[in-house]
Design a protein around this ligand. Structure first.
Ligand SMILES: [Cu+2]
Length: 214
């Protein structure tokens, strides 16, 4: 039995929150957890990263790229300095992935997924979606769009709608754990994820990408 806990990008207050929200052994946790408003507004400092959120702020591609890239490809929708905190916890064959976004454009929809490859200077660099059961019909040219595979149970979907301040939270639990080294990024798309045959999993342009070692 694998029982691991991974805090990928987190501040002290966020650890406390997630511990409270996800720390129990209750395996019947709801698929969507409404996270309480965080303390990010409590102590404004003027830094580009909101206080209370230890994250890797989005920047434009270019220059040195490291092991934890966070690139925006659309600075209007995902401004430089906005932050996506991703946390992942694997326990008893299930995985809960939580997202806490700050600094995005206000009152708009985004689709958010776990992708297979690391972020690069081009939006396409992050590759297709991570799937638990891989769609045998998918190719690099035509990624999976079969709802039997491209769905929120077989992939990780964390669609959000920001509030008037550009903040949003989402959480999802899937009944599997990531295969080692096969899920490496989280991509922010331009709209909520579609579900119909032939378009399932699609969510418009890739606006931003952040490396995550799931
Ligand atoms: Cu995606």
């Amino acid at each position: 039995m694998k029982n691991s806990r991974t805090i990928l990008l987190s501040g002290a207050s966020l650890i406390a929150l997630v511990t409270a929200a996800c720390g129990s052994d209750d395996s019947d946790a709801p698929a969507t957890v409404e996270t309480a408003p965080t303390s990010v507004e409590a102590s404004p400092t003027g830094s580009s990263t909101p206080p209370g959120v230890a994250g890797n702020p989005f920047r434009v591609p270019g220059g040195a790229s490291g092991d934890d890239n966070a690139f925006t490809y659309d600075e209007a929708a995902v401004p430089v300095g906005s932050v996506l905190d991703i946390e992942s916890e694997e326990e008893d064959g299930r995985t809960t992935i939580s997202l806490n976004a700050t600094g995005l454009a206000p009152s708009r929809d985004y689709g958010v997924h776990v992708h297979t490859k690391r972020c690069g200077s081009e939006p396409a660099d992050s590759g297709p979606h991570y799937q638990n059961s891989i769609d045998p019909a998918a190719t690099p040219e035509t990624p999976s769009s079969d709802p039997a595979f491209a769905n929120a149970l077989n992939e990780v979907w964390l669609d959000i709608t920001t509030d008037a301040n550009g903040k949003a939270q989402a959480s999802t639990t899937v009944a599997w754990e990531f295969r080692d080294d096969e899920a490496n990024s989280v991509v922010v798309h331009a709209k909520h994820t579609m579900t119909a045959p032939g378009e399932a999993g699609m969510a418009g342009d890739r606006l931003a990408c952040i490396d995550e070692d799931f």
